[in-house]
Design a protein around this ligand. Structure first.
Ligand code: TYM
Length: 323
């Protein structure tokens, strides 16, 4: 029997190159090897997006992005988190065994608390809902970027606690974080993130991609000067698109001098556009047939729900709410 893989993305804005290399690429590469459950984390997105039109547009966009990137709905369970309402029931059971100080230590909560005047209860409870997503499906591995590592540790801790109180019920999931793409840098060199506004959108127009690439921060070395590829933000992004031999050639050009940052950015722009063109075409194709996309999501949810309902019976009975 294949092992189970599970992961999701929040529909909280346009997906970016960090989401692709940190997460989606793994979903696609592993879809034959694992029994894969990939979803749109819309319940998580409601913690920050409370506008009906924006949320539904984003949900549909993530569905299109998944399909365009190569997820095959015949192989994976592709669904919307909110269609599996048992997840919120399980999150409640987890709430009742989780001490508040445990959640107060979550980096995501601490960050939000520092920035926002008011943190809603949903945001505070975010790791619990994520633990429910993962544990309800008996996931073996969870491919994510490094920023989600702590959340998976939370899921493991919650599983252990639940098993201790109610008897063996949940598997312990493992994160899958690929070293070289664990933290894809944004145009300012910090982690690429919607909240830092430093992203390169995966499915942006050529103009949007160009604009983002031209914003990449560099030092002020002149074209003739020798440059250090290992401290260059443009070079870090080239690494995602170029083969080792091509990277070697570029490294030499950096070190020798004579290559301007502008030229390096132009090259990067071309690499990105070449890379995404086939995916863009596929996305356009699905966009013309939205009924098919809705059908894929409904069918994915229907199939996932069959497994979840079975699991929930065991959980309810272990807790004592089911006779
Ligand atoms: P989200 O929507 O913030 O990000 C989706 C995925 O993209 C990865 N990622 C990155 N990887 C490398 N470099 C970056 N700069 C970068 N930016 C984002 C994230 O690590 C993530 O894997 N809480 C999750 C969604 C979620 C989930 C789950 C994931 C809800 N339930 C259950 C796994 C399992 C989130 O907000 O991801």
């Amino acid at each position: 029997m294949k092992k189970r893989l599970l992961s999701g993305i929040q529909p909280s804005g346009d997906i970016h190159i960090g989401n692709y290399f940190g997460a989606i690429k793994q979903f696609v590469d592993l879809q034959n090897e694992y029994d894969s459950m990939i979803f749109i984390a819309d319940l998580h997105a409601i913690t920050t997006i409370q506008n009906k039109e924006e949320l539904s547009k984003n949900i549909l966009n993530v569905a299109l992005d998944y399909l365009a990137c190569g997820l095959d709905p015949q192989k994976v369970y592709l669904f919307k988190q909110s269609d599996i309402n048992e997840v919120t029931e399980l999150a409640w059971y987890f709430n009742c065994i989780t001490p508040m100080p445990f959640l107060e230590r979550a980096t995501s909560y601490k960050d939000a608390h520092m920035k926002a005047k008011e943190v809603n209860v949903g945001l505070f409870d975010y790791p619990i809902l994520m633990a429910a997503d993962i544990l309800i499906q008996d996931a073996d591995i969870v491919p994510v970027g490094a920023d989600q590592k702590q959340h998976i540790e939370y899921a493991r801790d919650i599983a252990l606690k639940f098993n201790k109180i109610y008897g063996e019920t949940f598997k312990l999931p493992e994160p899958l974080i690929l070293k070289n793409v664990a933290i894809v840098p944004g145009v300012d060199g910090r982690k690429m993130s919607k909240s830092y506004k430093n992203t390169i959108p995966l499915f942006g127009t050529n103009e949007e991609i160009k604009k983002a690439v031209m914003k990449i921060v560099t030092d002020s070395k002149s074209p003739e000067e020798s440059k250090n590829p290992d401290t260059c933000n443009i070079f870090s992004l080239h690494k995602l698109f170029l083969k080792d031999t091509e990277l070697g050639v570029l490294r030499n050009k950096y070190e020798k001098g004579g290559l301007s940052y502008k030229e390096s950015k132009d090259m990067l722009y071309e690499e990105i556009v070449d890379f995404i063109t086939p995916m863009r075409e596929k996305r356009e194709m699905y966009k013309k047939d939205l009924d098919k996309v809705y059908e894929i999501l409904n069918e994915g949810a229907r199939r996932a729900k069959i497994l979840v309902e079975k699991k929930m019976k065991i959980i309810r009975s272990n807790i004592g709410v089911n006779f």
